[in-house]
Design a protein around this ligand. Structure first.
Ligand code: IMP
Length: 338
């Protein structure tokens, strides 16, 4: 079996996603236990205990989620669809613990000024960063205010320099991979998430660009988080993994003897206005309780993976060069059987 370096994996003939690859431990690990590894990092100047950022979706990140993620050493990006943003600034000063908010392309100066005054991160929440209006908005915000700006989304590193030139500090990588996304079905756009992350990572390295990379969409498990970071992402953005937790906006619903919460795409029927193009689904996910348990599972999985791979830090994990490409049968063999 061929062991692929990151570079070789990037040149693989087919587009790959998380279930297509695996990480191969090839060294004697120097760590005695997984407690010896550190997964501390920083993202846009904020110190993180676990490299996770929540998606700015209306069924994922409201104020409660953003606060709890901040308490857990992660970042939550408050969505722009429900009343969260206005609640956030209702008392003049921003609610403590909030680090980031998302805005639309038409965000006005009044909101942006409040964001800048409170030293929050701005996420220009659009489906396609490769758009002149998005880049103009990014440039305008960076010229007027001293804030960090996230743009998105891209599926490939071909335009990364233009995003950096427009002032973007971070980019969301992933088109078509989200679990409630129908973009690829509707438009035929998008490639596998691992290939998207790898391509963008190499675009950054080869052109020596200063921009942080967010692997966004398609992450189903702590193992996928590890694969995203090993492929070159600085942080992962989660929707479905956090959906259904206590801290998400929305009611807990009892149906068929089980508890559920709603999870829907930002371009789904329920969010979009009449007449707009629908590129997202709406679904119910099982109620999961406190989000802290999801974050702990990710933290544990990440530390364990790093002790297998002889990595003491996330920087070392990012340099991993031992990837396997799985056949369908070897992928299935990896799954627990009942
Ligand atoms: P998940 O973690 O796989 O559920 O993916 C979450 C990501 O899906 C978000 O961060 C967005 O990038 C993307 N997304 C959210 N809503 C939509 C939608 O309606 N259509 C397409 N993509 C979406």
């Amino acid at each position: 079996m061929k062991i692929y370096s990151k570079h070789e994996l990037n040149n693989y003939s087919l587009s790959l996603t998380y279930d297509d690859i695996s990480l191969i431990p090839t060294e004697i690990s120097r760590e005695k236990t997984r407690l010896e590894v550190t997964i501390k990092s920083s993202f846009l100047g904020k110190k993180l205990t676990v490299p996770v950022v929540s998606s700015p979706m209306d069924t994922v990140t409201g104020i409660a989620m953003a606060k709890e993620l901040s308490n857990s050493g992660c970042i939550g990006i408050v969505n722009r669809f429900d009343s969260s943003l206005s609640e956030l600034f209702s008392n003049g000063n921003v609610i403590e613990g909030i680090q980031a908010v998302s805005v639309s392309l038409t965000a006005e100066d009044q909101l942006l000024e409040k964001i800048a005054t409170n030293n929050l991160i701005v996420c220009i929440d659009t489906a396609n960063a490769n758009n002149a209006h998005v880049l103009n908005k990014c440039e305008e915000i960076k010229k007027k205010y001293k804030v960090k700006v996230i743009v998105g989304n891209i599926a490939h590193g071909g335009t990364l320099k233009q995003l950096v030139d427009a002032g973007a500090d971070a980019v969301r990588i992933g088109i078509g991979g989200g679990s409630v996304c129908t973009t690829s079905v509707q438009t035929g756009i998008g490639i596998g998430q691992v290939s998207s992350v790898l391509d963008t990572y190499f675009a950054r390295e080869e052109q020596k660009l200063m921009i942080e990379l967010i692997a966004d969409g398609g992450i189903k498990s702590p193992g996928d988080v590890v694969k995203a970071l090993a492929s070159g992402a600085d942080i992962v953005m989660l929707g479905r993994m956090l959906a259904g937790t206590k801290e998400t906006p929305g009611e807990v619903i009892k149906y068929s003897d089980q508890l559920w919460k709603k999870y829907r795409g930002s371009a789904s029927f329920g969010v979009k206005m009449k007449g707009e193009f629908i590129e997202g689904e709406e679904t119910m996910v099982p109620y999961k309780g406190a989000v802290k348990s999801v974050i702990n599972a990710i933290s544990d999985g990440l530390k364990s993976a790093m002790s297998y791979l002889n990595c003491e830090s996330l920087e070392e994990l990012k340099k991993i060069n031992t990837f396997g490409v799985l056949s369908t049968s070897s992928y299935l063999e990896r799954l627990p059987r009942k």
